[in-house]
Design a protein around this ligand. Structure first.
Ligand SMILES: *Cc1c(COP(=O)(O)O)cnc(C)c1O
Length: 387
């Protein structure tokens, strides 16, 4: 079985697991226990992780707080800033965001706030000029993801960050799919808030972080979870020390291997795309930016045109050998067609015939050869049956 669904989640790196293990047993203390050594050890693990995460994004240690994942970080960033800005505050986002941003902003609308969702071009890119044109005197935050989780589009983050800064509006970005894949620098990209997830980065599930700028500007937000006052009162709840240690280690490794890993994955991805094109010709098309364009190396979103009612059969048959997701992957809990593919103009019947290939750290050349062969063989036989 070949796993090519690394956008959905990644396995925990063995070094990450090794770093985590002592914190489940010997160093099990509560990081908030200030009076004894058990607490100090746990706190030291958390401090190190905070520095490791901060390093990956060019932040200061005091600007990183831990959450249960990117979903919670997005909720805290958006509802936190908007609540602090007051009733009726305005947010700007774009149509291909993850549901953790779109659904959170829909909640803000229900509470009486307002939201503008700008469109994207056929590659899934936001036009920074449209973002700027949407700014009003009530705008408190702009939220644009760094990389799209379905089609791999890299957004013009630095440009949008500069616009937000110029207008005195906070800029938030969800980097769940960018962290460890592309260099991220909160200064260079003028980012004020940023959400990160460990399990997309060869860390454990159930932990993430929010970066919150401390100066120039200092981000003001209202906490969304109340209790023991951990994380400076911004996110109460006993810290998940082993998971946090894992996130830190994962971030450090990602920073160290990123350049080399991206180059290898790009080669493998290009070879996969080449083999699919060679085997299937114009029966397939690529969704999102071209492979040499503003697209992360790990992603290939492919529509198998002309499959008609056989589209579902392709996925069912392929996943016997190759674990991929339908194009609408992150929503596979719902049956709805992908809002991302729809936004870039993919026709409804083609949306169903779309597969998302996601390559990762463990992907081997042999797996790519095999995955390409299986996909071509199955798609060819279904295409000839559909004709
Ligand atoms: C996976 C993902 C999330 C959710 O992250 P969790 O840590 O699982 O909550 C949010 N945004 C994007 C872009 C993602 O890919």
């Amino acid at each position: 079985m070949i796993y090519l669904d690394y956008h959905a989640t990644t396995p925990v790196d063995s070094e990450v697991l090794a770093a985590m293990l002592p914190y489940f047993s010997q160093r099990f203390g509560n990081a908030s226990s200030r009076s004894h050594r058990f607490g100090w050890e746990a706190e030291a693990g958390v401090d190190k992780a905070r520095a490791q995460v901060a390093d990956l994004i060019g932040a200061a240690t005091s600007e990183v707080l831990f959450t249960s994942g990117a979903t919670e970080a997005n909720n805290l960033a958006l509802l936190g800033v908007l609540s602090a800005a007051g009733p009726g505050a305005h947010a700007i986002t774009q149509v291909t965001e993850h549901k953790a941003v779109l659904d959170t902003l829909a909640v803000w609308e229900k509470r009486g706030g307002s939201v503008t969702r700008v469109g994207v071009d056929r590659f899934g890119r936001v036009d920074p000029a449209q973002v700027e044109a949407a700014i009003t005197d009530r705008t408190a935050i702009i939220s644009i993801m760094f990389v799209n989780n379905e089609i791999g589009t890299i957004q013009p983050i630095a440009e949008i960050g500069r616009i937000a800064r110029r207008h005195g509006v906070y800029f938030h970005t969800d980097v769940a799919q960018a962290a460890g894949k592309l260099p991220i620098d909160v200064e260079e990209h003028s980012i004020d808030l940023l959400s990160i997830s460990a399990h997309k980065l060869y860390g454990p599930k159930g932990v993430g972080a929010l970066y919150m700028r401390r100066r120039g500007p200092r981000v003001v937000l209202e906490p969304q979870v109340f209790g023991g006052g951990q994380e400076g009162g911004m996110r109460s709840g006993t810290l998940a020390v082993p998971l946090i240690v894992g996130l830190g280690q994962a971030a450090e490794i990602a920073g160290a291997v990123m350049t080399e890993e991206s180059a290898r994955i790009r080669q493998q991805r290009d070879r996969l795309w080449g083999a699919l094109q060679e085997g299937l010709g114009d029966a397939i098309s690529l969704n999102g930016p071209p492979v040499d364009g503003d697209r992360i190396p790990a992603n290939l979103s492919v529509t198998f045109r002309g499959l008609g009612s056989e589209a579902d059969t392709l996925l069912t048959a392929l996943v016997q050998h190759v674990a991929v997701s339908p194009g609408s992957a992150c929503n596979s809990a719902h049956a709805d067609a992908s809002h991302v593919l729809k936004a870039i103009g993919v026709r409804a019947e083609d949306t169903r015939a779309t597969l998302r290939f996601g390559l990762g750290r463990p992907t081997t050349d042999a797996e790519i050869t095999e995955a390409a062969a299986q996909t071509v063989r199955l798609a060819r036989s279904l295409l000839s049956a559909a004709r």
